[in-house]
Ligand binder design. Structure first.
Ligand code: 3PG
Ligand code: MG
Length: 384
């Protein structure tokens, strides 16, 4: 893989693919609720423009739908507020081009190689070289991520370089014990990665919405908690495989359960094996918080992806906060894997430097750990 230092950028138009896909407050204002990915993209933008490049940023936002550019553009979301925030953070004006959200163009995400290739040709005419720095999107075989770099001299940006270095260390050279913590909503998103993590980790702590399917797989009632009933057989399989390999799987022992999903819902703590039929789990209980902290105490490597509860509601943030603090206290390599967990760390006000690395890639980090080939990295590795 080549890096920015290997690329002649002075006076040239550089097409920079960044991942500026930030969460927006969809309940009202459309405001950016966490600008971590924008901030993580700044160093490369500044580096390129300091070296005399004319930087043209390509990025996506959300998952616009509709069959035409016009339909998608009408439905949004527009990158305009992201461009404005970028300008504020860079301290220089960012002009907003007609390119807009690159996913407004249906060909960007097309499964048809020819359609994507033609769109990439059009994009390629806008610049002379390509820099891929959108780590969070490298798992997507999209025109601006995969096809475009194949058409131009290209290099990986510093963010991609650093993210890959950390993930490579996790997969090839992790100090032991290596403890993985997985939260978040659905096991279906993460069973494949758990399968591969059984080859890598010594201990896997399962919390958040995912845990209920694991509890159900052990035969417990989970009330109204999120349950992916169709995943129960796959979860049983993973549990059996963990047992065979001697990987310790740790589940919650108590939970905060609420009458319904709301900020001010009535709630109480129950044993994980005794969730009442009319309650839903919304956070880890105090015994679980202590257990998870104990299981992290001797770790030399930690990868954490996914919150333990509905941290957006203060009453149900204690589990995620305790976990974030326990990971921060670890004396070793600590990696917070993208998306919601990175946003949770920032929302809870925990200093980012408490961790070795906070990834900008949720799905991308998980697919890397799953052992999958990531199209965006394949393209950057190709000769140019
Ligand atoms: C992400 O947020 O996961 C990346 O920006 C990729 O977006 P996607 O999951 O909508 O492809
Ligand atoms: Mg995603």
């Amino acid at each position: 893989m080549r890096f920015i230092d290997d690329l002649e950028v002075m006076g040239r138009r550089v097409l920079l693919r960044s991942d500026l896909n930030v969460p927006l407050d969809l309940t009202g204002t459309g405001e950016i609720t966490d600008d971590g990915r924008i901030r993580a993209s700044l160093p490369v933008i500044s580096k390129l423009s300091d070296r005399g490049a004319r930087v043209i940023i390509l990025a996506h936002l959300g998952r616009p739908t509709g069959g035409t550019f016009e339909a998608r553009a009408a439905g949004g979301p527009s990158l305009r507020p992201v461009a404005a925030r970028l300008g504020e953070l860079l301290g220089r004006p960012v002009s907003f081009a007609v390119l807009e959200n690159v996913r407004f163009e249906p060909a960007e995400t097309s499964k048809d190689d020819t359609e994507r290739g033609e769109f990439a040709q059009r994009l390629a005419r806008l610049g002379e070289v390509y820099v891929g720095d959108g780590f969070g999107a490298v798992h997507r075989k999209h025109a601006s991520v995969y096809d475009l770099p194949l058409l131009l001299p290209h290099a990986a940006g510093d963010l991609v370089r650093d993210e890959v270095a950390v993930l490579r260390q996790l997969t090839t050279d992790a100090a032991r014990p290596f403890v993985v913590v997985l939260g978040g909503k659905k096991p279906s998103d993460k069973l494949a990665v758990i399968g591969n993590l059984l080859n890598l980790a010594d201990r896997i702590l399962i919390g958040g919405g995912m845990a209920y399917t694991f509890l159900a797989a052990q035969g417990y009632e989970v009330g109204n908690s999120v349950l992916e009933a169709d995943q129960v057989p796959a979860v049983r399989e993973v549990m059996a495989e963990a047992e065979r390999r001697g990987v310790e799987l740790v589940l919650p022992v108590d939970l905060v359960v609420a009458t319904h999903f709301a900020r001010d819902a009535e709630h109480s703590v129950v044993a994980a094996t005794e969730i009442p039929a009319d309650r839903e789990g919304v956070d880890a209980g105090p015994r679980t918080r202590a257990l998870f902290a104990e299981k992290l105490a001797d770790a030399k490597t930690v990868f954490w992806n996914g919150p333990l509860g509905v941290f957006e509601f203060p009453a149900f943030a204690a589990g995620t906060r305790a976990l974030a603090e326990a990971v921060a206290a670890v004396d070793g390599l600590t990696v917070v894997g993208g998306g919601d967990s990175a946003a949770a760390v920032r929302a809870l006000g925990i200093p980012e430097k408490s961790y070795s690395h906070i990834s900008t890639g949720g799905g991308a980090s998980l697919e890397y750990l799953e052992g999958k080939t990531l199209p965006g990295l394949t393209a950057l590795e190709a000769d140019s």
